[in-house]
Write a protein that binds this ligand. Sequence first.
Ligand code: TXA
Ligand code: MG
Length: 347
Amino acid sequence: MNTKVWKVDKYVDNLENNPQVVDAARFLQQNEVVALPTETVYGLGGNAESDAAVEKIFAAKGRPSDNPLIIHIAEKKQLNAFVMEIPEKAEILMERFWPGPLTLIFKKKDGVLSDKATAGLETVAVRMPDHPVALALLKICQLPIAAPSANSSGKPSPTNAQHVIEDLNGKIAGVLDGGSTGVGVESTVLDCTEEVPVILRPGGVTKEQIAAVIGEVKLDSALLDEAAKPKAPGMKYQHYAPNAPLYLVNGSQSFLQDLIEEKQQEGLRVGVLATEESVESYQCDVAIACGRRAELETVATALYETLRAFNLEKVDIIFSEMFPNTGVGHAIMNRLQKAAGNKIIHQ
Ligand code: TXA
Ligand code: MG
């Protein structure tokens, strides 16, 4: 299959009449799959009402079929077609955070969405992306669009169109290239079917921000205890992994430097994921600054691109600094731990 690339400037006016976006929407209406930019990461979109379209998403990514997709909408009123009820706390959260990186889980109305999109669950995950190109596309096609991150299953999520092409060229109908995404880590997934909402996946909207508008919010037990079964099926898989083994280092810079030297003596080419504040202080083969520690949002923005960059550098092993587990640091650490398969070296 020839994968089309539609370049779109997200700052131009009247995107709903932009010929590139209109063309991409036509593919979605014909149940083809198209990658699209969002504020978090690129998504691989397909008509959520069509089994055929959803099957194409799973096939292109090589995604396990028990892992449900997030449904993307442009207008709140679209929810009524496929959501049973909207709890009051969900209303408050939508008002505050939509469009934006917060996915809400609702009880599902049967018979509207493809059961393959929801992996046969009785619930459905929905979000409204905060990206002008995504919103225009969704408005033109007037469909609920299922969209997982547009990477091959297991790989770091794509934060620009080039990453999508690296993974999915020839496997999808096209990519709407709207430039680099901003937030850099995926949306927060929040289960609103319980009286006290539960975070199933930390992401772009922080626990602190959610608690500030609705009060108590819990964390899924799998986020606290590795042995517990996660309620978001996708959270049980290894994800985001670079080609070389990744180790998180819980210790000082000099401890990390000792680890580098030990591995170099074994003849390995060693990479370090550092920050702008620390990158100069390591003597290794490839040190990459992943944002600024003083501003964790910049670390989130750069995280997946940095993990992919180590593949191009062909390192044999990667050591990464760790980050505080608060604010957006919670999502950063969650993704790093998954990318590392939970390998942490303590000083
Ligand atoms: O920022 C994002 O959320 C991006 C962009 C493209 O919107 N999308 C994304 O989708 O990260 P994906 O498929 O890579 O991750 C969706 C997560 C998975 O962990 C999945 O198991 C969970 O959401 N999920 C989806 N529906 C669910 C449901 N009904 N109950 C529990 N977890 C659900
Ligand atoms: Mg994903």
